[in-house]
Design a protein around this ligand. Structure first.
Ligand SMILES: Nc1ncnc2c1ncn2[C@@H]1O[C@H](COP(=O)(O)OP(=O)(O)OP(=O)(O)O)[C@@H](O)[C@H]1O
Ligand SMILES: [Mg+2]
Length: 242
């Protein structure tokens, strides 16, 4: 099978300031369909920059990015925007929920924009909100939710269009243990259903949910390997998701 995501000698140098900052320095990464990849590394090692580039939110300086066999680093902004709707789910630290839409509409919109039928979009939304314990908050506005609830809505929204790849940066960043468990359980469930996931995290326990750990240091991959499983083969050996 061909990789969902592939980068070739990917480089990002921020050149806006007095001194250019090389944030990503020659990353070659391939992610296969259905893989769950955790990206770890010290603060400033280029993790967010990398996933932003994979989602077309940040332009690369040089190198190539491929998504589902299509070269995407050369796309125009508008072509990227279209592709993103169909192929990419984002869940980042700043959730960017639409303030004047209900939770339900926030979650349904990406699926509708991606061309899913209204009926299927509604079913998907109900499933996701249920899985994240948010059904009762469906008619609320994002501003009426707690930080943890907003984060879970953002995850539901990211999954609504059944993206080729889910990109997530610190998905459990501000959550307490209960909300962390809900988010991780959903990630684990969608992974089992075949969802490809690339997740940045500081937390080794959260990373242990993934199949594979990529370590970044100073913008380079310094380690890339499979995460050992318990003999039972269950994901998330370290975190109890029950
Ligand atoms: N918009 C920007 N302009 C200039 N430099 C930037 C910009 N964004 C990030 N950087 C720099 O690029 C490097 C990588 O930053 P990045 O945000 O990718 O790191 P990170 O690994 O996600 O860190 P953290 O764990 O703290 O989130 C850092 O040195 C950072 O200061
Ligand atoms: Mg970051």
């Amino acid at each position: 099978m061909n990789p969902v995501v592939k980068t070739v000698s990917l480089v990002k140098i921020y050149s806006g300031g007095a001194v250019p900052v090389p944030a990503v320095r020659g990353v070659d990464l391939q992610v296969e369909p259905g893989e769950f990849v955790a990206i770890m590394g010290p603060s400033g090692s280029g993790k967010s920059t990398l996933v932003h580039m994979l989602g077309g939110l940040d332009a690369r300086t040089s190198g190539e990015i491929w998504l589902d066999d299509q070269r995407v680093d050369t796309l125009s902004e508008s072509a990227w925007a279209l592709l993103r709707r169909k192929k990419i789910g984002f869940m980042f630290q700043f959730f960017n929920l639409v303030a004047n839409m209900t939770v339900a509409d926030n979650v349904e919109l990406p699926a509708l924009l991606a061309g899913v039928s209204p009926k299927d979009a509604r079913e998907r939304r109900e499933h996701l909100l249920g899985a994240l314990n948010l059904s009762e908050r469906a008619d609320a506005a994002p501003g009426q939710l707690s930080g943890g609830e907003q984060q879970r809505v953002a995850l539901a929204r990211a999954l609504a269009n059944q993206p080729s790849v889910l990109l997530t940066d610190e998905p459990t960043g501000n959550l307490d243990s209960r909300n962390t468990r809900d988010v991780l359980r959903l990630l684990s469930d969608v992974h089992k259903e075949g969802q490809t996931i690339i997740m940045v995290t500081h937390d080794a326990r959260v990373a242990s949910l993934a199949d594979r750990l990529v370590s970044l240091f100073d913008g380079e991959i310094v380690d890339d390997g499979r995460i050992a499983r318990r003999r039972t083969g269950t994901a998330g050996a370290v975190i109890d998701l029950r």
